[in-house]
Design a binder for this molecule. Sequence first.
Ligand SMILES: CC(C)(COP(=O)(O)OP(=O)(O)OC[C@H]1O[C@@H](n2cnc3c(N)ncnc32)[C@H](O)[C@@H]1OP(=O)(O)O)[C@@H](O)C(=O)NCCC(=O)NCCS
Length: 153
Amino acid sequence: MIFEILPARLHDLNALKTLENEVFRQDAWPVLDILAALIFPGGIHLKAQFDGTIIGFISVEENLFDSIAWVSLVGVAAPYRGQGVGRSLMTAAEKRTRRTILQLCVRRSNLGAIHLYEKLGYQKKEIRQHYYADGEDAYLMRKELRSKPDFLL
Ligand SMILES: CC(C)(COP(=O)(O)OP(=O)(O)OC[C@H]1O[C@@H](n2cnc3c(N)ncnc32)[C@H](O)[C@@H]1OP(=O)(O)O)[C@@H](O)C(=O)NCCC(=O)NCCS
């Protein structure tokens, strides 16, 4: 399968909300949060597109004056999983971030996502108890990215 990784834009809002509802269910963001992520500066928002359809999405928050960027959402539509889309979204975001540390929270039960992150070099750093609305704990996972020379920032 040949897919593209492209910046997500405002005109992708409806497709992203549909994908998000399907992929994240109870953890899905309200549409206003997705809208805010797409219009306000300070983040990386990428879509994976196959044959004109959005099949995956990643959102990374970058706060000013903070060396840590947060992967706040990453998801792939079920029929397209296991084909490298999630890995491509993660590595594309890693290449684009100006920060030296990328971290995220993941449900302790989400073994598939944890496997993906560990394969990409993320390490479990701490447990955040009752992090999710249903009371499940999260692992905080972190990866230190190679320092980038100033001219790339
Ligand atoms: C987690 C998710 C993004 C992975 O996307 P994907 O496109 O299926 O992942 P990839 O095909 O790029 O897999 C990359 C690597 O992770 C591993 N992996 C991915 N999903 C896995 C699973 N469910 N079980 C075991 N390993 C898995 C693959 O084996 C692969 O390793 P390999 O390249 O050595 O074979 C996707 O399953 C998803 O959207 N899940 C629901 C939403 C979610 O849980 N998001 C994360 C919230 S923190």
